[in-house]
Design a protein around this ligand. Structure first.
Ligand code: FCB
Length: 470
């Protein structure tokens, strides 16, 4: 795989793509019959999103999809992961499809097809129809059933144009940020609601997978955000190891184990698990559908060390596991992005190996990986995002190493194609390989877009010039 000049080759047919999500890029929120979603409601309520930003216009991709597809094609990208806005297809989350909503996605898929770009389609990237939220959202079991009906409508109309379906994006973030801690829509701070949402999201995944398969052959998977849990310091006293097991269950296992094995993890705190009355007979078997692939979003690991949560030191935070004598810690030596997220490419290698140990042979896709940076247009009119180039380089190196170590990694989708609406951070955080001037909607490919384009076209990661900062 590694040639003499340090170039890392990838397997033939490896999918090189970029990723986006409907609410983050489409705009056009009240056009062609689209209903409101929880993110419209949440972003319009004062105080929820930095600067009062909303997705009302975003990247205006609803109108500019042809330009965006042409951009991907010009970069030599062969795969695109986007999401369908549920309230475009079913404005209130129930009943017959809104034909104009489906027309839009059909047109987008046709445009992709004409440019030889394969589509990976996420059905739920967080924009629940507001009417379903009014009836309880994911706290209500009915939402899982509605989700399966919506999945069936999408499959019936679009499956001939879709290579791969992803049911949910990051249910962990929906349950924790949306229902437990309130930074995301619907903005609840309610532990019981979060535990119920966890179960109903997973059930929705299982039911939607069945519904997609009932419409004919389809590749179906789910995307989970996975985080390696690392222990800092020498030796692993029992309480640190216990904290590692609990933290891993809280952020990874609660989603991974039901999906892969049909059970909730033994180390998960009881308060995070659905009340027994919510788990009907057969639910876990429904959740445990055979998968064609698993999508992994990787950004950062979680570090634990011995410490006193009542007397925190610099870079320490109370441990979510609440194990006495343990704190979470952000090592000084690791770079942080403008989100405050730690940069640690080895974590990607680690999580890929861990998942392939847990699900031997299951094809894996990195469905998101990328970083925010302080991007700006320089006087030459260019955006020279060297931090992002270096980030992509080190993470792709880690991915290549994982493949060499036996992981069946089939593709990589950089987050994101475009700078976009970064949820509670609004437009303050830029993740794109393409810069978006939100005033004019002009797209400017950054240095990282050129670097990534080279990778995609060569199916290999070149070594960086020695002059690049490491
Ligand atoms: C992930 C989300 C994605 C984007 C990135 C930065 O958690 O799936 O929409 O916001 O983070």
């Amino acid at each position: 795989m590694t040639s003499a000049n340090g170039v890392l080759g990838f397997p033939e047919g490896f999918a090189w793509g970029s990723a986006t999500a409907a609410y983050q890029i489409e705009g056009a929120v009240s056009i062609d019959g689209r209903g409101p979603s929880v993110w419209d409601t949440f972003s319009h309520a004062p105080g929820n999103v930095r600067g009062g930003d909303t997705g009302d216009i975003a990247c205006d991709s609803y109108h500019r999809y042809r330009e965006d597809v042409a951009l991907m094609a010009s970069l030599g990208l062969k795969a695109y992961r986007f999401s369908i806005s549920w309230p475009r297809v079913q404005p209130g989350g129930r009943g017959p499809a809104n034909p104009k909503g489906l027309d839009y996605y059909r047109a987008l898929l046709d445009e992709l097809g004409e440019h030889g770009i394969e589509a990976t389609v996420t059905l739920y990237h967080w924009d629940l129809p507001q009417e379903l939220q009014d009836d309880g959202g994911w706290e209500a079991r009915d939402t899982a059933e509605r989700f399966a009906e919506y999945a069936a409508l999408c499959a019936e109309a679009l499956s001939d144009r879709v290579a791969r379906w992803i049911t949910l994006n990051e249910p962990q973030v929906v349950a924790n940020n949306g229902y437990r801690h309130g930074q995301h829509a619907p903005g609840l701070r309610d532990a019981d609601a979060a535990a119920a949402a966890t179960h109903h999201l997973l059930l929705g995944h299982g039911l939607a997978t069945q519904a997609l398969r009932a419409q004919g052959p389809a590749e179906v998977g789910i995307t989970l955000d996975l985080h390696p849990i690392r222990i800092l310091g020498d030796g692993h006293p029992g309480d640190l190891e216990q904290a590692r097991l609990i933290t891993d269950a809280m952020v990874n296992g609660i989603y991974l184990e039901p999906v892969l094995y049909g059970r909730y993890p033994v180390h998960a705190p009881a308060a995070m698990l659905p009340a027994p009355a919510l788990v009907a007979d057969g639910d876990l078997a429904t959740i445990n559908q055979p998968l064609d692939f698993l999508g992994i979003n990787y950004y950062s690991p979680i570090f634990l060390r011995a410490g006193d949560p009542a007397d925190l030191r610099r870079n320490e935070e109370p441990a979510r596991s609440e194990v006495p004598g343990v704190v979470e810690y952000r090592p000084d030596e690791l770079e942080r992005t403008t989100m405050g997220w730690l940069v640690d490419a080895d974590g990607l290698h680690e999580i890929l190996l861990e998942v392939s140990k847990q699900a031997p042979g299951l094809p894996l896709y990195i469905t998101e990986n990328g970083r925010a940076a302080e991007d700006y247009v320089n006087p030459r009119g260019e955006v020279d995002d060297i931090e992002r180039v270096r980030y992509l380089h080190t993470h792709l190196e880690a991915a290549a190493r994982a493949i060499k170590d036996g992981v069946s990694l089939a593709g990589y989708f950089v987050w994101s194609l475009l700078d976009n609406f970064e949820w509670a951070w609004g437009y303050q955080k830029r993740f794109g390989i393409v810069y978006v001037d939100f005033g004019t909607q002009r797209r400017i490919p950054k240095s990282s877009a050129r670097f990534y384009s080279e990778v995609a076209q060569a199916n290999a990661v070149p070594s960086l010039p020695a002059t690049w900062p490491r």
